[in-house]
Design a protein around this ligand. Structure first.
Ligand code: FAD
Length: 157
Protein backbone atom coordinates (compact mmCIF):
# COMPACT_ATOMS: atom_id res chain seq x y z
CA UNK A 1 0.00 0.00 0.00
CA UNK A 2 1.33 3.43 -0.93
CA UNK A 3 2.03 5.54 2.15
CA UNK A 4 1.18 9.21 2.48
CA UNK A 5 2.48 11.59 5.14
CA UNK A 6 1.07 14.73 6.69
CA UNK A 7 3.52 17.18 8.24
CA UNK A 8 1.80 19.04 11.08
CA UNK A 9 3.85 22.10 11.99
CA UNK A 10 3.22 24.47 14.87
CA UNK A 11 4.86 27.40 13.05
CA UNK A 12 4.72 28.60 9.48
CA UNK A 13 7.20 29.27 6.70
CA UNK A 14 8.73 32.19 8.59
CA UNK A 15 9.73 32.45 12.23
CA UNK A 16 7.26 34.51 14.29
CA UNK A 17 7.66 35.77 17.85
CA UNK A 18 4.18 34.56 18.83
CA UNK A 19 5.01 30.99 17.73
CA UNK A 20 8.30 31.13 19.66
CA UNK A 21 6.32 31.95 22.80
CA UNK A 22 5.07 28.34 22.76
CA UNK A 23 8.68 27.25 23.45
CA UNK A 24 9.06 28.98 26.80
CA UNK A 25 10.55 26.84 29.53
CA UNK A 26 11.69 27.33 33.08
CA UNK A 27 15.50 27.62 33.18
CA UNK A 28 16.77 27.08 36.73
CA UNK A 29 20.25 28.38 35.90
CA UNK A 30 20.70 30.93 33.10
CA UNK A 31 24.46 30.36 33.24
CA UNK A 32 24.10 26.87 31.84
CA UNK A 33 21.20 27.27 29.38
CA UNK A 34 19.92 30.05 27.17
CA UNK A 35 16.27 31.03 26.80
CA UNK A 36 14.65 28.15 24.88
CA UNK A 37 12.80 30.64 22.66
CA UNK A 38 16.25 31.53 21.27
CA UNK A 39 17.44 27.92 20.96
CA UNK A 40 14.65 26.38 18.87
CA UNK A 41 12.78 27.53 15.81
CA UNK A 42 9.06 26.87 15.51
CA UNK A 43 8.74 26.98 11.75
CA UNK A 44 8.93 24.61 8.80
CA UNK A 45 12.37 22.95 9.01
CA UNK A 46 12.40 23.37 12.79
CA UNK A 47 15.69 24.23 14.44
CA UNK A 48 17.59 23.37 11.24
CA UNK A 49 16.79 27.03 10.49
CA UNK A 50 19.38 27.80 13.22
CA UNK A 51 21.75 24.85 13.35
CA UNK A 52 25.13 24.86 11.67
CA UNK A 53 24.69 21.48 9.98
CA UNK A 54 27.50 19.74 11.80
CA UNK A 55 27.04 15.97 11.57
CA UNK A 56 28.84 13.81 14.12
CA UNK A 57 27.86 10.19 14.76
CA UNK A 58 27.30 8.86 18.24
CA UNK A 59 29.94 6.65 19.85
CA UNK A 60 29.03 3.21 21.23
CA UNK A 61 29.64 4.60 24.76
CA UNK A 62 26.79 7.10 24.25
CA UNK A 63 24.26 4.25 24.31
CA UNK A 64 25.40 2.54 27.51
CA UNK A 65 24.60 3.38 31.13
CA UNK A 66 26.74 6.15 32.65
CA UNK A 67 26.33 8.96 35.16
CA UNK A 68 22.64 9.66 35.73
CA UNK A 69 21.63 7.94 32.47
CA UNK A 70 20.46 4.29 32.59
CA UNK A 71 21.42 3.98 28.91
CA UNK A 72 19.37 3.90 25.74
CA UNK A 73 16.82 1.16 24.90
CA UNK A 74 18.59 0.75 21.53
CA UNK A 75 22.20 -0.16 20.76
CA UNK A 76 24.81 1.51 18.54
CA UNK A 77 24.63 -1.49 16.18
CA UNK A 78 20.93 -0.81 15.53
CA UNK A 79 21.58 2.83 14.63
CA UNK A 80 24.84 2.53 12.67
CA UNK A 81 23.31 1.06 9.43
CA UNK A 82 21.37 4.33 9.06
CA UNK A 83 24.42 6.62 9.04
CA UNK A 84 25.08 6.21 5.29
CA UNK A 85 21.47 6.95 4.17
CA UNK A 86 21.30 9.81 6.73
CA UNK A 87 24.51 11.33 5.31
CA UNK A 88 22.98 11.13 1.83
CA UNK A 89 19.70 12.67 3.03
CA UNK A 90 21.53 15.51 4.79
CA UNK A 91 23.96 16.03 1.88
CA UNK A 92 27.01 16.01 4.12
CA UNK A 93 29.28 13.82 1.99
CA UNK A 94 29.77 10.09 2.38
CA UNK A 95 29.42 8.25 5.65
CA UNK A 96 33.18 8.17 6.42
CA UNK A 97 33.53 9.45 9.96
CA UNK A 98 36.80 7.82 10.96
CA UNK A 99 40.10 8.71 9.25
CA UNK A 100 43.77 9.04 10.22
CA UNK A 101 43.88 12.81 9.81
CA UNK A 102 46.96 13.64 11.90
CA UNK A 103 48.61 10.34 12.87
CA UNK A 104 49.84 10.88 16.42
CA UNK A 105 50.46 8.03 18.91
CA UNK A 106 49.60 10.32 21.85
CA UNK A 107 46.09 11.25 20.75
CA UNK A 108 43.23 9.70 18.82
CA UNK A 109 42.49 12.25 16.11
CA UNK A 110 40.29 10.15 13.87
CA UNK A 111 36.77 11.59 14.17
CA UNK A 112 35.65 13.46 11.07
CA UNK A 113 32.97 16.11 11.45
CA UNK A 114 30.86 16.57 8.35
CA UNK A 115 28.83 19.64 7.45
CA UNK A 116 25.64 19.76 5.38
CA UNK A 117 25.97 21.65 2.12
CA UNK A 118 22.66 23.39 2.94
CA UNK A 119 21.99 23.24 6.70
CA UNK A 120 18.46 24.63 6.40
CA UNK A 121 16.42 21.49 5.69
CA UNK A 122 13.28 23.46 4.72
CA UNK A 123 15.36 24.93 1.90
CA UNK A 124 17.34 21.84 0.90
CA UNK A 125 14.20 19.67 0.76
CA UNK A 126 11.76 22.32 -0.51
CA UNK A 127 11.56 21.12 -4.11
CA UNK A 128 11.23 17.48 -3.12
CA UNK A 129 8.52 18.30 -0.55
CA UNK A 130 6.48 20.56 -2.80
CA UNK A 131 6.60 18.16 -5.73
CA UNK A 132 5.65 15.04 -3.78
CA UNK A 133 1.93 14.23 -4.05
CA UNK A 134 2.34 11.97 -1.02
CA UNK A 135 3.34 14.65 1.49
CA UNK A 136 0.80 17.14 2.80
CA UNK A 137 1.37 20.16 5.07
CA UNK A 138 -0.66 21.65 7.87
CA UNK A 139 1.12 24.79 9.04
CA UNK A 140 0.21 26.85 12.14
CA UNK A 141 -1.33 23.81 13.81
CA UNK A 142 -0.06 22.83 17.24
CA UNK A 143 -0.79 19.30 18.45
CA UNK A 144 -1.80 19.28 22.13
CA UNK A 145 -3.01 15.70 22.54
CA UNK A 146 -3.43 12.41 20.71
CA UNK A 147 -5.14 9.04 21.14
CA UNK A 148 -3.38 5.75 20.46
CA UNK A 149 -5.57 2.93 19.22
CA UNK A 150 -3.54 -0.29 19.27
CA UNK A 151 -0.42 0.55 17.27
CA UNK A 152 -1.81 3.59 15.46
CA UNK A 153 -2.67 7.14 16.33
CA UNK A 154 -6.42 7.44 15.82
CA UNK A 155 -6.99 11.03 16.93
CA UNK A 156 -4.97 14.22 17.01
CA UNK A 157 -6.06 17.32 18.88
C1 FAD B 1 22.43 27.75 17.05
C2 FAD B 1 22.29 26.23 17.02
C3 FAD B 1 23.24 25.48 16.32
C4 FAD B 1 23.12 24.08 16.29
N1 FAD B 1 24.04 23.37 15.55
C5 FAD B 1 23.97 22.03 15.52
C6 FAD B 1 24.88 21.27 14.72
O1 FAD B 1 25.74 21.82 14.02
N2 FAD B 1 24.77 19.91 14.75
C7 FAD B 1 23.79 19.27 15.48
O2 FAD B 1 23.75 18.03 15.45
N3 FAD B 1 22.89 19.96 16.20
C8 FAD B 1 22.95 21.31 16.23
N4 FAD B 1 22.01 22.01 16.95
C9 FAD B 1 20.92 21.25 17.60
C10 FAD B 1 19.87 20.85 16.56
O3 FAD B 1 19.42 21.99 15.84
C11 FAD B 1 18.68 20.20 17.27
O4 FAD B 1 19.15 19.16 18.11
C12 FAD B 1 17.70 19.58 16.27
O5 FAD B 1 17.22 20.57 15.39
C13 FAD B 1 16.53 18.93 17.01
O6 FAD B 1 15.67 18.36 16.03
P1 FAD B 1 14.17 18.04 16.38
O7 FAD B 1 13.52 17.56 15.10
O8 FAD B 1 14.13 17.16 17.60
O9 FAD B 1 13.51 19.42 16.85
P2 FAD B 1 13.29 20.76 16.01
O10 FAD B 1 14.31 20.90 14.92
O11 FAD B 1 13.21 21.87 17.02
O12 FAD B 1 11.89 20.54 15.30
C14 FAD B 1 10.69 20.41 16.02
C15 FAD B 1 9.58 20.93 15.13
O13 FAD B 1 8.32 20.52 15.66
C16 FAD B 1 7.45 21.65 15.76
N5 FAD B 1 6.59 21.42 16.92
C17 FAD B 1 6.98 21.39 18.23
N6 FAD B 1 5.93 21.10 19.01
C18 FAD B 1 4.86 20.93 18.17
C19 FAD B 1 3.49 20.61 18.40
N7 FAD B 1 3.01 20.38 19.62
N8 FAD B 1 2.66 20.53 17.31
C20 FAD B 1 3.13 20.75 16.06
N9 FAD B 1 4.44 21.04 15.79
C21 FAD B 1 5.29 21.13 16.85
C22 FAD B 1 8.36 22.86 15.94
O14 FAD B 1 7.70 24.04 15.49
C23 FAD B 1 9.56 22.47 15.05
O15 FAD B 1 9.39 22.87 13.71
C24 FAD B 1 22.08 23.41 16.98
C25 FAD B 1 21.12 24.18 17.67
C26 FAD B 1 21.22 25.58 17.70
C27 FAD B 1 20.19 26.37 18.45
Amino acid sequence: MKKRALVIESGGIKRRARDQELSTAEIPDRLIHDDVRDCVSRQLGGTSNLWSGRCVPYDPIDFGPRGISPGWPIAFEEVSPFYAPAAKFLDCGDETVQAEIFPDPRFEVTNVERYCRQPNLAKSLAKQLHQSPDIGFLLHHTVVDFTIDGSRVSELI
